[in-house]
Design a protein around this ligand. Structure first.
Ligand SMILES: [Zn+2]
Length: 561
């Protein structure tokens, strides 16, 4: 081999080393300390925080078209929290609107394998992208059709402490380099204790149910208020930043932890299956997806609280507040397989095998971001072009044309109070789109309207709109009082299609939940459309209430022959 060849081959390596050095230099002043401690030589297969940063930088350099790495905020001690974005055109600011999925690791400092698994996912996706093997083709399709966000280390402060603290004797022989540290490294005012349990500080049902501790020295200390840990606020704010046009783009999520070899789904705070905020359909989707992922990893699936109840847990907030199908993966080893703190610190010789196990499950999670209900029997209705159970902020626009004149009973997403004009229940979960949800605020003096986000009707096939609706009419109502549901195209030249038009006939009407299923006219094929709900009451007549729940728009291919 000529000298010239050798030099050409060496150049990328030198550039690589320079890039890594630049990144480390960029991080050091922020951290304000010498380099973070390394893993001991016997465990050098694991990655310290600077090694994760360096590896992400190297992967980004090798795969710039599908990987972009940035910091989304700082830890309590000032370390940048790194986020990897994996998708086709990762640096392209243009938004393709693809379904998104989030994976995070190292909520808990000593759960070293969780950071390795998150990093492994990034590496696996970018290195298999473009390969012609079956798994390569699957990875390529998922990277092209999804946006995959990975936060490998939520608590690098805790990891640095775990790698550097004076050894606490535990385990057989008491020999270890590690401190078995779980929490972050935030000082606790008025206490000599340090750190919050990051997975007890999320803001849904925080501290509600005996699933966390109010004692600062506890390993499960939740702090004195929700969102007290900066690391959790950073991750929450990132999740909130993915609400685009009123709709949360992230559809599925996994928080990686150890140990137990479990796939856990909400709720964490209660042993009740559903609670008011979980729909029957979602419970079914959670179970089916958890079982699928567990089977692929050789883990077990269960409700999170069946392991032990926890409150202020990430997955409860992700589902209850963001309607993200959110799971905790408890990685190896199996619970009870290793009794002591050693269970967090499996030898690095085992890493290749341990990291291989959850990979297929994580691909399933990424796939499911396309439609979390895809394994349920209702998939054909809920995995179409548009579906909304109206349980979360969902991008509907009140008074879209600016012409409404009703002053009470305005459409909103809420839990209606039964009052004769509102029914005693909704179709699913807790909320629906309703006119005045309180007992004394019906529509009585004008028109109120609300429009869904727009969606694209496929050019081929028969598209059906399904929804649940009700209309309650009080005494004194007549033909000037009613509910109209219609489809409007973005193209103003296309005539809207009325799907439902119900008006009063002089007698009161009790609100009852009804189902509607109407085929769309072929003139909407290939068009962007929205659903509009219009409730109207003639001034001086009676009052009315209306509601809509579980909107599903799906297209079936034309049957052959
Ligand atoms: Zn954990």
């Amino acid at each position: 081999m000529s000298d010239r060849m050798t030099r050409l081959q060496r150049r990328p390596r030198i550039l690589g080393a320079l890039a890594i050095a630049a990144l480390v230099v960029a991080i050091l002043p922020v951290v304000g300390r010498a380099a973070d401690p390394d893993y001991p030589p016997g465990d050098s297969g694991y990655h310290s925080y600077p090694e994760v940063a360096a590896e992400l930088a190297a992967l980004e350099r090798a795969h710039p078209e599908i990987l972009h790495v940035r910091a989304i905020g700082r830890t309590a001690e000032g370390r940048p929290i790194l986020l990897a974005k994996i998708t086709d055109g990762a640096n392209d600011p243009a938004d393709e609107g693809e379904p998104e999925v989030l994976v995070d690791g190292l909520h808990h400092a000593r759960e070293h394998l969780s950071a390795e698994a998150a990093l492994d996912l990034v590496r696996f996706l970018v290195e298999r992208y473009g390969e012609s093997s079956p798994v390569g083709r699957r990875v390529t399709r998922l990277v092209d059709e999804r946006v995959i966000w990975v936060v490998p280390m939520l608590d690098p402060d805790g990891l640095a402490y775990d790698l550097s603290a004076p050894v606490r004797p535990w385990g057989p022989g008491g020999a270890s380099w590690y401190a078995a540290w779980r929490k972050n490294r935030q000082p606790i005012p008025g206490s000599s204790a340090v750190g919050l349990d990051l997975n007890r500080t999320w803001g849904y049902r925080w501290g509600c149910c005996g699933g966390s501790s109010g004692i600062p020295a506890s390993e499960n200390y939740r702090g004195t208020r929700p969102w007290q840990a900066p690391e959790v606020r950073v991750l929450r704010d990132f999740v909130l930043s993915r609400i685009v046009d009123g709709r949360q783009r992230i559809r599925t999520h996994a928080s990686l932890h150890t140990t137990g070899e479990l796939v856990l789904y909400p709720w964490a705070y209660t042993r009740a299956d559903r609670g008011p905020e979980m729909t029957r359909l979602d419970l079914s989707a959670f179970r089916l997806l958890a079982r699928r992922m567990a089977a692929q990893a050789g883990y077990r699936a269960m409700q999170s609280s069946a392991m032990y109840p926890t409150d202020g847990d990430m997955i409860d907030w992700m589902y209850a507040r963001q309607r993200i199908h959110s799971f905790t993966l408890e990685l190896s080893p199996a619970r009870g397989a290793i009794a002591t703190s050693d269970r967090y610190y499996l030898p690095d010789e085992r890493l290749p095998g341990l990291l291989r196990r959850p990979r297929a499950a994580l691909l399933t999670l990424i796939e499911a971001a396309g439609c979390p209900w895809s394994l349920t029997r209702a998939a054909s209705q809920w995995c179409g072009t548009f579906a909304d159970d109206l349980e979360g902020g969902s991008g509907w626009t009140v008074d879209p044309a600016g012409t409404d004149d009703a002053t009470v009973g305005i459409w909103r997403r809420a839990d209606p109070r039964p009052d004769g004009l509102q029914p005693g229940r909704v179709r699913s979960g807790r909320d629906a789109l309703v006119t005045g949800p309180a007992p004394d605020d019906p529509v009585r003096d004008g028109t109120t309207s609300v429009r869904s986000p727009t969606f694209l009707i496929p050019a081929e096939g028969t598209t059906t709109v399904r929804l649940a609706w009700w209309l309650g009419l009080g005494a004194g109502t007549g033909p000037g009082d009613g509910l109209t549901i219609r489809i409007v195209a973005e193209d103003p030249a296309i005539e809207p299609q009325v799907l439902l038009a119900v008006a009063g006939n002089g007698s009161p009407r009790v609100a009852r939940l009804r189902n509607l299923a109407i085929a769309l006219d072929p003139r909407f094929a290939g068009e962007r459309v929205a659903l509009e709900l219009i409730a109207y009451a003639a001034p001086g007549s009676g009052s009315l209430e209306a509601g809509v729940d579980d909107v599903r728009v799906a297209t079936e291919p034309e049957s052959a022959g």
